[in-house]
Design a protein around this ligand. Structure first.
Ligand SMILES: O=C(O)CCC(=O)C(=O)O
Ligand SMILES: [Fe+2]
Length: 224
């Protein structure tokens, strides 16, 4: 009998999930980001895709931005449609379950103190985009780790729609990521500017953010 106590794991987290979590943790620790192909189990991709497909146009609303620069209009910065995930759908529930296990793994491995998670489905019709932005601003300390995954059935280079992750404000080449089904991208929200290039097809993604607890006397976290 081992004397080492092992934290109980949710029954539907497999050893391949644990291997994916470990790759995300080491990527975040060593580089501040991780790009893992085929990260999501097929079953999770399937239920997420189903839940996404059941959304109607009316379920999506315009994505917001944290801080506007100058007099730019939001729709000049991003024009995707988003629908927040609340666990009411099978896909949403399975995704929140999986990311909860990832949250616990990152907290155990990296002592990150990740407290909560918020996430939405996003739809980028052909030609739509999200210009270079940060997901969080230094000192505002809420979004700590960004996650993005893709629900497209297939994707090739000719379809465009890359997520480009820049190492810093001076990196002009960036790291282009094709939004292939099951690919998961994770990065430190305050560290990496990134953008979504226009695609030639409808592009479906799920974005999410692990947050710190920023509750105070008059503001209660999480906000939703
Ligand atoms: O869909 C993507 O690849 C990234 C989306 C994004 O950057 C965001 O929603 O903040
Ligand atoms: Fe972003």
């Amino acid at each position: 009998m081992s004397a080492i106590a092992v934290a109980p794991q949710s029954a539907d987290i497999s050893s391949s999930d644990t291997a994916v979590f470990a790759r995300i943790a080491s990527g975040l620790r060593e580089n501040g980001y991780a790009i893992v192909e085929n990260a999501l189990p097929e079953s999770l991709q399937t239920v997420l895709r189903l839940s996404q497909a059941q959304l109607s146009q009316a379920d999506y609303h315009m994505g917001g931005i944290g801080r506007q620069s100058g007099f730019q209009r939001i729709e000049d910065i991003r024009n995707d449609g988003v629908c927040w995930i609340d666990g009411a759908t099978g896909g949403g529930k399975a995704w929140l379950n999986w990311t909860e296990s990832l949250r616990q793994h990152l907290n155990r491995q990296l002592f990150m103190g990740l407290f909560s998670f918020e996430s939405h489905f996003a739809h980028y019709p052909p030609g739509h985009f999200y210009k270079t932005h940060y997901d969080a601003f230094r000192g505002q300390g809420n979004r700590v780790v960004s996650l993005v995954t893709y629900l497209n059935e297939s994707w090739s280079e000719a379809d465009g729609g890359e997520l480009v992750v820049y190492r810093d404000d001076n990196d002009t080449a960036g790291i282009p990521v094709l939004p292939k089904p099951g690919t998961l991208v994770a990065f430190l929200s305050e560290e990496f500017p990134h953008e979504v290039l226009p695609a030639r097809r409808d592009r479906y993604s799920v974005a999410g953010w692990f947050r710190m607890n920023t509750s105070s006397a008059d503001v209660v976290d999480p906000p939703r």
